[in-house]
Design a protein around this ligand. Structure first.
Ligand code: GH3
Ligand code: MG
Ligand code: MG
Ligand code: MG
Length: 311
């Protein structure tokens, strides 16, 4: 008798989510029976449907048939990789066409594994488990590297990377790129009066309120420093960014976090500086120019009495 190995520490509490793709229902049924007990399953019977479900559900692992009418497995894999949201989802090919050639082609296309049909259920379960473990471990490493531990928003490293790529994209396309810098007002006094733990909790709530407002998939809210946040807004002009910053100002005020030593309103507030890069590329322009411009506006918001937006 074999005992199930302990799940790796990176495993989530929920059931792993798998997408099973095969144009033949009978094959899907076999996979379903093999994996239903321990996984949440989604199914698709064409490449087109698989791409749709993958984007909607963002499964942890995809078991993908190679030969299908319309978009075959290779085409599906290529499109998954081209989309930032689905690029990191591991894909295992499952196919009746065995042989070294097809196996090599599958792995070279970027699949993590290859399983021949008809499938051996216990082999499939074991391999699925291995690839899920690797996936969850790499998710954990990514989150340790790119997510702020206190607030759960992006950390400075992720912000710097995204700023560089979005800046390059905006320069290339001549599109707008906006930045909002946020600094919590009188936060030293908040800590002094309410304690550091209450300060941490306030930062968590402020971060959540900012993220709640920046809803587009391409928006990024990051912790930029101690009590400072940065919101990067691709394809957003100055008027829209200013408007969003006004909503963020209001959202922080509506948290109604008492702050008796921080200004007239009696609640915690923040100041906002907004800047935008727009128009054709200017040679020699660097992301630092955008940061500098937003910082100057933030300074102005502080100078004018805090709890406001300057753009
Ligand atoms: P201003 O309105 O001019 O921004 O004043 P301020 O007091 O917010 O600015 P200052 O830069 O003097 O103080 C920032 C404070 O933020 C000091 C620091 O103790 C606090 N802080 C920074 N990071 C953290 C954190 O992770 N947790 C807590 N609780 N406090 C933090
Ligand atoms: Mg098929
Ligand atoms: Mg500060
Ligand atoms: Mg401050």
């Amino acid at each position: 008798m074999t005992t199930d190995p302990m799940p790796a520490p990176a495993w989530p509490a929920r059931k792993p989510r798998l997408l099973l793709v095969d144009d033949q229902p009978v094959h899907l049924q076999v996979l379903y029976r093999t994996l239903a007990a321990d996984h949440q399953l989604f199914m698709a019977t064409s490449g087109e449907q698989a791409l749709r479900v993958a984007r909607e559900q963002l499964p942890d692992l995809i078991l993908l048939d190679v030969v299908m009418p319309g978009q075959d497995g290779f085409a599906v894999l290529q499109q998954l990789r081209a989309d930032r949201e689905t690029a990191g989802i591991p894909v295992m090919f499952v196919t009746a066409h065995s042989g070294e050639d097809i196996e090599t082609r599958c792995l070279e296309a970027g699949a993590v594994d290859f399983v021949p049909k008809p499938i051996n259920p216990s082999v499939v379960r074991a391999r699925v488990r291995t690839h899920l473990t690797l996936k969850f471990q790499s998710d954990l490493l990514r989150s340790l590297a790119f997510v702020d531990g206190l607030t759960g928003v992006a950390n400075r490293r992720q912000f710097d990377e995204r700023l560089a790529t979005e800046w390059a994209r905006a320069q290339r396309l001549g599109s707008a790129l906006s930045l909002i810098l946020v600094d919590v007002d009188h936060f030293k006094a908040y800590n002094d009066h309410y304690g550091h733990q209450a300060g941490d909790e306030a930062l968590r709530r402020v971060a959540a309120a900012l993220r709640e407002q920046a809803r587009r998939g391409t928006d990024l809210v990051a912790r930029y420093g101690g009590e400072e946040f940065a919101c990067l807004l691709p394809d957003t002009d100055l008027a829209d960014a200013r408007h969003l910053a006004e909503h963020m100002l209001e959202a922080v005020r509506l948290l109604a976090i008492p702050h008796r030593t921080g200004g007239a309103s009696g609640v915690l507030s923040a100041s906002f500086g907004v800047a935008t890069r727009a128009g054709p590329a200017q040679p020699g322009w660097q992301p630092a120019a955008l940061l500098g411009a937003a910082d100057a506006q933030l300074y102005e918001a502080k100078r004018r009495g805090r709890a406001q937006v300057c753009a």
